[in-house]
Structures are given as structure tokens and as C-alpha cells.
Design a protein around this ligand. Structure first.
Ligand code: BGC
Length: 490
């Protein structure tokens, strides 16, 4: 985009000189409700630690802390060709991954498909058939007339799933705006395998994985300092490696207490009880009007799916409660449409380099059909900054909580997802919040650093499928269901 006017300095606080007093008072109000100070971050993180513990207990809590049956990190001997199917919140991806001879090396080919919006609220059959069609297209292109029954598939299903075995998964509840009847409470592996079979694709799912677990494993494959895998995208979540002995809810299985097992926290569900999170009335509205009210409280304040909606609700509130204060004489009907703004609009506003906020004006005009005044642009910029900063700072609480729980003093955290990779200043704001929560001295370098991850949903899925087959071969059968299929695959 071409703009005129001088570029603004990166960390300019905002020029409110020409903003009228009554609008300034509203900006101040937004600052009050969206700012999360260090004390609150610490309080949230401390409560978070307790909730992580609770999720591992037999009684359970808000955070599911799902046992993944990924029993340790890769050692670099993982080799072979694998398929990976990645069903995230926004896209579908089919990949073929070749794990190479050299430790940490891999090759990948992939095709990406945008998931049609209507699929998210359609029927289960439509979902499975869509996935099978994507896979079939990929196979026909890359493996026509080849024997497929020995090609293991890692299925990255990035929703909370209960796994008694790695090759099955019962969907606990849909997240990220999905609302497809008849899937919650069901094992998702058999219906997908059945549709694949119907399509003439005799492919076996060797492992069902979560994107965070994949991120953890793929990142650790190339950097052993990586101890946590995180997604900051359409949804939010993290996975880390636990010892079996610290997971009371699987004590009955009698596994060696020092055996490692990856836990998919599903911490988007943190504080569903609303005990500690600094919720605003906009967060309450998002929750109330979502397909699953009362669920994913932490995710609804921090994930990409919701950032634009929080922003829209705040603007709409101003428009309705202070008639004539903003957007005077403009057609504001588009602002009434839920989810009309996505996080990329906020990202664009926060990225606007121009003193006169020309790009902000453009993006607001394009998305809402409104031409804001200069004072309104300043307010819009500040509001985006406040919502983006709150999300980044709260996101750090989850990472800090895992570090505190595991007594990790220093490590790398592999992170992926559209908010992490694309939202301006997210990394720096998160790093600053970690520093405040974990009390590092001002002259100390970051001890826990959140960095770009390897592709967890592709390479991670392949590695986990490889680890599972390796474990099967070695006779470590914990959490493996379909022995017949595993035998065909090894
Ligand atoms: C899902 C998680 C997933 C996260 C990031 C959440 O909504 O429940 O399983 O890891 O989004 O994709």
C-alpha cells in the first residue's frame, strides 16, 4: 500500500493532542479495562499452575491435560515416508514427509486447502468426505496406482480429544467456532478411515495428534532445548513432556513413573469458571453468543479468532452508548455484523507506519465502510494496541505456568500459529510479560524464549507416527490400540 506522510516511530504512544475530551475519556476507559499489569499476570499464572495440576488429577478440572501417548522425544533415527493430514481451524493441509538419514533432516511436499466456512457448521459426513477428497486429490497426484496400505498417516486433529490410545481420539468438544453435530463424544478415527476406504484409499491412521504436540516434537527434533510447543493462532494451546509418575489419572496403568509422556494441555479452557481472568463485558458477550458458552475462556481472550470481534464489540459499544461521539453521519450498519473483522485487520492497524494513520483509514473503510476522523483513527489505533497487547500478555501466562509447574528455569518454546507469526509486536509483548511474571533481573537475558517452531502439524505428525511404529516394534505397547494395522505398517 502506498501512503503519504512521515512514518511514525515504532513505539510512538499515540498523538492524542487533537482528540476531544469526551473521546479521550473513552480511550482512558479502554486503557483501564484492557490493561493487564504485572501483579495480575502473576496472579493469573499462579492460578494457572494449580489448574494444570488439577487437570492431571483423577478428579480433573477445567484444563483437560490430555494424555497423548507420545512417550518421549525423537532421537533422530526416525526414518521413512509418512502422510500427514492437518485439520486446523482455518485450513486443511495434506503433506508427505520423508524423514531423512541425517538427524533432524526432512523433506516435505504439501497441498493446502481453505476449509469452506459452511463446513464448520455442516454435517459430520460432509466434514469427513471433504477431508477424504483432499487426501484423494493429493494421492492421485503424487502416488497414482501405488500400494498405500504401508504408508502411515499422522492425523493432526487440533481439537480437544480424549485418547485412551494414540490411534484413536474422542472429541471432547468443538472449539474455534466449529459446531458439527454428532462428532462430540465420538471417536473420530473410524469414520474417517471408513470414508477413506470407501474412496479406495486403504490408509491407516497410525497416530492422532494435536498441533501443539506436533509442534513440541518437531521443534525438539531440530532443537533439543525446545521443551514446550505452543500454538497462538485461530485457537491457543500448549503441550509439554511430563513424567508418567506426575499424572495421577493414569496411575492405574502401572507404567514406570519416570517414563516420559507428552501432555496436550488444552489450556484454552483455563479459567472457564471465571475466577481470575480480567474479563470485560465484551468477553462476556463473545462467550454468551458463541456456539459453546462457558467453554474456552482463556482462548476467547487471546486467540486470533476473537481479537477482531472484541475490537468490533468495543467500537459498537461506544457507538451505541455515546450517541454522536464517533462516526457521526456515517453508515455504521456493517459494524453490527458479528465476526466481520478478523485479526488481520487489527494487525494491519497496529502495523500502520504513517503518522496520519492512512493505512488504518484504508482498512476501516474497506472492512466497515466508515471514514473515520483523525481523532477516531487515534482511538482505533489505541484500541487495537490494547487488545493485541492484552492477548500477548495473557498468552505468556500459560507458558510461564508450565515453566513454574515443571520448575523449568530456562528453555526454548516452539511457537506457531497466525497470531505468533503475523501479529505485530506479539512476540516482544509476550517476552516482556514473561520477564515480569518470572521476575528476571533487568540485565538478565530471556531465560525462556518463545521462538518460531518447526512445522508441528506436518513434520510433527510424521515424527509421532514414526515414534509410535518404533515403539510398537520394540514391544512398548502402552496406548496403542490397533495392533493389526501397526503390524502392516512396520
Ligand atoms: C484447540 C486445540 C488446539 C488449539 C490451537 C484450540 O481451540 O482446542 O486442540 O491445539 O486450538 O490450534
Amino acid at each position: 500500500m502506498v501512503g503519504i506522510g512521515p512514518k511514525r516511530p515504532r513505539s510512538r504512544k499515540g498523538s492524542f493532542a487533537d482528540v476531544p475530551q469526551n473521546l479521550l475519556a473513552e480511550i482512558k476507559h479502554f486503557e483501564d479495562i484492557f490493561t493487564v499489569g504485572a501483579a495480575k499476570l502473576k496472579q493469573v499464572s499462579d492460578h494457572f499452575v494449580k489448574e494444570l495440576e488439577k487437570g492431571l488429577s483423577v478428579e480433573g478440572g477445567n484444563i483437560p491435560m490430555n494424555v497423548t501417548w507420545v512417550m518421549g522425544y525423537p532421537d533422530g533415527d526416525e526414518k521413512g515416508t509418512f502422510l500427514a493430514l492437518d485439520m486446523g481451524g482455518t485450513n486443511m493441509r495434506v503433506c508427505e514427509i520423508i524423514l531423512g538419514e541425517e538427524k533432524g533432516s526432512f523433506d516435505i511436499i504439501q497441498s493446502k486447502y481453505r476449509m469452506p466456512e459452511e463446513l464448520k457448521t455442516g454435517t459430520a459426513e460432509e466434514l469427513w468426505e471433504y477431508i477424504a477428497d483432499c487426501l484423494k486429490q493429493f494421492i492421485e497426484y503424487h502416488h497414482e496406482n501405488q500400494e498405500l496400505s504401508k504408508l502411515p498417516l499422522g492425523f493432526t486433529f487440533s481439537y480437544p480429544a480424549t485418547q485412551d490410545y494414540i490411534d484413536h481420539g474422542i472429541l471432547q468438544r468443538w472449539t474455534k467456532g466449529f459446531d458439527i453435530d454428532g462428532v462430540e463424544g465420538q471417536d473420530v478415527v473410524p469414520p474417517l478411515e471408513a470414508v477413506l476406504k470407501k474412496r479406495g484409499l486403504p490408509i491407516k491412521i497410525a497416530a492422532l495428534i494435536n498441533d501443539t504436540t506436533g509442534t513440541l516434537i518437531a521443534s525438539n527434533y531440530t532443537d533439543p532445548e525446545m521443551k514446550i510447543g505452543c500454538i497462538f493462532g485461530t485457537g491457543v494451546n500448549a503441550a509439554y513432556m511430563e513424567n508418567v509418575g506426575s499424572v495421577p489419572k493414569i496411575a492405574h496403568m502401572g507404567l514406570p513413573p519416570d517414563m516420559p509422556v507428552a501432555i496436550n494441555c488444552e489450556y484454552g479452557a483455563f479459567d472457564n469458571e471465571h475466577i481470575v481472568l480480567p474479563l470485560t463485558k465484551y468477553d462476556h458477550i463473545i462467550d454468551r453468543d458463541s456456539p459453546r458458552p462457558g467453554q474456552q475462556a482463556f482462548e476467547k481472550m487471546t486467540a486470533g479468532l476473537y481479537l477482531g470481534e472484541i475490537f468490533r464489540l468495543a467500537l459498537l459499544d461506544l457507538l451505541e452508548c455515546q450517541p454522536g461521539l464517533i462516526f457521526k453521519g456515517q453508515d455504521t450498519s456493517k459494524l453490527e455484523k458479528p465476526y466481520i473483522l478478523d485479526a488481520s485487520v487489527l494487525a494491519c492497524i497496529e502495523e500502520d507506519p504513517y503518522e496520519n494513520l492512512l493505512e488504518t483509514r484504508d482498512v476501516i473503510e474497506k472492512s466497515l465502510g466508515i471514514q473515520p476522523t483523525q481523532a477516531e483513527l487515534e482511538m482505533i489505533r489505541r484500541l487495537a494496541e490494547l487488545i493485541g497487547t492484552r492477548a500477548a500478555r495473557l498468552s505468556a501466562c500459560g507458558v510461564a505456568a508450565i515453566c513454574k509447574k515443571k520448575n523449568i528455569q530456562s528453555c526454548h518454546v516452539g511457537a506457531d500459529g497466525s497470531v505468533f507469526t503475523k501479529y505485530p509486536h506479539f512476540k516482544a509483548r509476550g517476552a516482556q510479560a514473561l520477564r515480569e511474571i518470572l521476575d528476571w533481573a533487568p540485565d538478565e537475558k530471556d531465560k525462556v524464549s518463545i521462538m518460531a517452531a518447526e512445522d508441528g502439524s506436518g513434520v510433527g505428525a510424521a515424527l509421532i507416527a514414526a515414534l509410535t511404529l518404533k515403539r510398537f516394534k520394540a514391544g512398548n505397547l502402552a496406548g496403542i490400540r490397533d495392533m493389526g494395522s501397526m503390524k502392516t505398517l512396520v
